[in-house]
Design a protein. Sequence first.
Length: 677
Amino acid sequence: MAYLCLLLLVVLFSPSACQLQNSQTQILLQLRKQLEYPTSLQILENFDGDFCSLSSSAYMSISCEESSVTELKIMGDKLAKVSGFNGFAIPNKTLSESFSIDSFVTTLTRLPSLRVLSLVSLGIWGPLPDKIHRLSSLELLDLSSNFMYGSIPPGISRLAMLHTLTLDGNYFNDTLPGWLDSFSNLTILSLKSNVLKGQIPSSVSKVRTLTDLALSHNELSGKLPDLSTLTSLQVLDLRENHLDSELPVMPKVLVTALLNKNSFSGKIREQLGELSRLQHLDLSFNRFSGTPPSALFSLPNISYLNLASNMLSGSLPNELSCGGKLGFVDISSNKLIGGLPSCLSSNSDQVVVKFGGNCFSIPFQHQHQGSYCTEAPTIGEQSRGRDIAVLVAVISGTVLLIILLVLGVLFLLRRCRLRRMHEQHLLPKIVQDNAPTGVSSELLANATADQGGGSAEPRSQVQNGPHLVAVLLRRKDPGKLQLHIYKEQKPYFKSGGDWCRPRLVTFLLVQAGIKFRKGTSESILDIEFVDGVLKIPPLLVYEATESVFRNIISFEQCYTDCEARLTSYAILIDSLINTANDVDILRENGIIDNWINPEDTVQFFSKLYHKAYVKTFYYGSLCNEVDRYCRRSWPRWRAMLVRNYFNSPWTVLSTLAAVLLLVLSFLQTWYTMNPPS
C-alpha cells in the first residue's frame, strides 16, 4: 500500500508530467523573437512559470497536453490593409525586412503536436512555405490579416486532419488550387479578401464535408461549378468577384447565399424557392432578368432578400405571400411594373421594403415612367444600329488600310536610303577639295605643305613667325578652321582629382534610350546633349584625317598654353566607338562619313591620343549630363520596349490593327445594344 501511494505521488508531482517541456518553452520564446516581440506576447517576457498555465485572452492563448503545445493563438495589432503592397516589407505595417517567413515556419514545425494554430494580424509577409505540411496534427489553421502572397502551397493538402482553413485578408494572387478535393475532413474554407484569379475549380464540388465556403472579395471569374453535391454546405459567400453565367443548382441545406456584385445572368432559378432553410439571400448588382420567383418571398425561414440592381422585369402577383420571418426586402433599381403586392406594401414595422427605381403604379419612392420598363428596341432600330456599326467598321478599315500602305512606303524608302548610304561608304575617296566640316581645305593644304608634300611658299611664310598650327588654332574665322568651342565645358573629374576617361559607348547609350542626331553647328567640337538627344556635328574620316589630327594633338601636348580641345574630342569619340557596330550607328545618323574600313575606324581615335596628357577634359559637363540621363528608368524601359517589341514597322502595324479592332468591336457591341432612336 505504501508503495502505491509513493508511486502516485511521483506521478502527480513529477515536473515532466505537468509542465511544458523546456525545449518547447524555448521554441515559444524563439517565435516571440521572430515575430519581433508583439504586444500580445509581452506577458512572456518576465514570466518564470509554466507557459501552459497562462490564462487565455482575446490576444493570446496557449494550450498544452502531455507537456506539449497543442493550441497557439496570437492576435496582433497590424490590422491595416495596404493597397500598394508589392511583396516587400512596409514600415509599421509588416514585420521588418530581416523577417524570414521560411525560418518562422521552420520554427513552428518544431511543435509537432499543434492542432490549432491561429496567427492573425501579425504583419507576417512573404510566400507561405510548403513545409507547413510538417504540422501534420493541424486541425485548424488561421493566418488571416497578414501579408502573404503567391500561391497557396500544395503541402496544405497533406494535412489530413484539417477541418478549418482560413487565409482571409492576405495577398494570395494565384488561382484557386485544384487539389481541394484531397481534404477528407475540411468543413470551413475561407479565402476572403485576397487577389485570387481564374475560375473556381470543379474540385470544390467534391469536398462534401464543406459547411462554409467563403471566397468573396477576390478576382474570380467564369462559371460557377455545380454545388448541388455539397450536401452539407450552409454558407456560400462569393460576393464581389467577376463570376458570370447562370446560377447552378444550390445545395438543399443552404442557409446563407451571398452572391451580390458579380455578373450572373439569366433567370433566377425556381429551385431557390425550394430551399426551406434559406435565411439570407443577396443577389443584388448582377444581371438577372425575368420575373423573380414568388416562392422566394414566402420561404419559411427567409429573413433577408436582396434582388436590387438587376434587370428583373414583369409584375409581381397580387396574391404574393411573404414568409413570417421576412424582415428586409430590396427589389429596387429593376424594371418591375404593375402594383406592389399587399404583403410588401403594408405599413408594417417588421418589414423594410425598398422598391424605388422601378415602374410600379404607386406614388411611393421614386418610380420611372412606364415606358422605361417596357421599351425595347424595334427590329428597324436594331437593323439601323447594325448598319451604323458596319459603316463605322468599313470606314475604320479603310483608314487602317491607308495607314498600312503609307507606313509600308515609308519603310521601303528608308531601306533604299540606307542602301545608298552603304554604297557610298564603299566608294573610294577621289576629291578632297571639299574638306570635311570642322577641318577646312586650307588647313589640309597647309598641313601637307608643312610635311613636305606641297610648295615651299607656304613653308617660308611661317619660318620666322608663329607655328602654323598655332596660327590656325587662333583664327576666329569659322570658314577657315572650325575648331572653336562655342560653350564652356566643366571638367570631368574623379573623386581623386584625376580626369576620368568617359565610358559612353554608342551601343549602350542607345540601349539606355539616348538618340543620336547630326549636329547643325559648323564646329566639330560643338557637341550638345539636350532632352535625351546627343547632337554631334558630322566628321569625314579618310587617310589624311589622321595626319591633321596628329599635328594638332602634338601641338596641344607641346604647348602648355594651348587647351587640349581636339585631344578631348578624340577621347570622347573613341569612347563612343567601341565596335564596328558603333561606327555603323553613327554613320547611319550622318555623324561619321568614313572612307576607311569600319574596323579600322574603331582603332583610329585610340591611336591618336595614345599616352597623351589631358589637364582638363572639355566634355566633362556633357558626360555628367549623359550619366544622369542613363540612370533614369523610364528612357531605358522605353528603349527596351521599342527594341524588343516594336523594332519593326510590322509590329507597330499589328498593334495599331489590334487596337483598332478592339475599338470597332466595342462600337459594334455598343450600337447593337443601344441602337439610336
